[in-house]
Design a protein around this ligand. Structure first.
Ligand SMILES: Nc1ncnc2c1ncn2[C@@H]1O[C@H](COP(=O)(O)OP(=O)(O)OP(=O)(O)O)[C@@H](O)[C@H]1O
Length: 245
């Protein structure tokens, strides 16, 4: 399913956070990059109609403003950055079932199996570790099997197994034709997701939109992002970030 923005602008008081952004995302994996405060979360929140905006967001060609909140929740799975935000139930299992009950859908438990180890099902969500909470939080939204997934910094809190779980989840979503938009503030994890497109937001506007091989290190540096060369050298060579540890 295609989600598009037409001259999307978001203002907080006098501050312009997003300015006239026109984009289109179809089935596949799309990375939105930007430095801290660039407007990535605000962009996702606008796509899910969770923040007031000028311009328009079209889902399947129809303005998001014409959908009810419940219709949007069936179309768009928005996974927020802070995993503890939104937990309301006493057990993880109830937390995951809640959205299926509210939306009246069966739920896709394959998504849950990819993210949540069985032994967590009986736990109180508020007692979970950061990584456990991140997995449960994402499962409790994406279990509704929406065609559009918005993943805000999905790798935060996660160790290697957690990172692998997210990569499997994204690949699963890709195979099922989902439109997956992932925000990141650095490119290290981006390449693991083998995205179809990259978009860089900086200063409220789109600075780059295209494929990995047309994205230059200069563009990354100008937008306050760590360039690929530095990451490669840090991992495999001698250059690093220029910080002595
Ligand atoms: N409700 C709000 N009221 C006022 N300013 C806001 C509000 N929400 C966000 N902002 C500001 O808008 C800008 C963009 O914030 P946003 O959270 O979208 O950035 P981000 O790119 O996701 O950053 P990060 O990488 O740090 O998560 C920031 O300067 C932030 O302080």
């Amino acid at each position: 399913m295609i989600i598009e923005t037409r001259n999307l602008s978001v203002f907080f008081g006098n501050k312009v956070v997003l300015r006239n952004i026109t984009t289109s995302f179809g089935s596949g994996v799309h990375i939105v990059l930007g430095r801290n405060g660039a407007g990535k979360t605000t962009f996702l929140r606008a796509l899910a109609n969770l923040v007031k905006f000028d311009g328009d967001v079209l889902v399947g060609g129809r303005s998001i403003k014409s959908f009810s909140r419940k219709e949007i929740a069936k179309l768009i799975g928005y996974c927020w950055q802070n995993p503890y935000y939104g937990f309301i139930e006493v057990t993880v299992e109830d937390e995951i079932k809640a959205i299926t009950r509210i939306l009246g859908v069966d739920g896709n438990w394959e998504v849950v199996e990819l993210l949540v180890p069985k032994e967590l099902m009986g736990r109180d969500p508020s007692t979970l570790s950061g990584g456990e909470a991140k997995r449960v939080s994402m499962a409790s939204i994406l279990v509704a099997d929406q065609p559009i997934w918005l993943l805000d910094e999905p790798f935060t809190y996660l160790d290697r197994d957690g990172v692998e779980a997210i990569i499997k989840l994204v690949n699963y979503g890709r195979r099922r034709g989902k439109t997956i938009i992932v925000t990141l503030h650095e490119i290290f994890y981006a390449s693991l997701l083998k995205p179809d497109t990259y978009t860089i937001i900086d200063g409220g506007i789109v600075k780059f939109s295209g494929k990995w091989n047309s994205l230059s290190d200069d563009e990354l540096i100008e937008s306050g992002l760590v360039p690929r060369g530095v990451i490669c050298d840090s991992v495999c060579g001698s250059r690093g970030f220029g910080v002595q540890v």
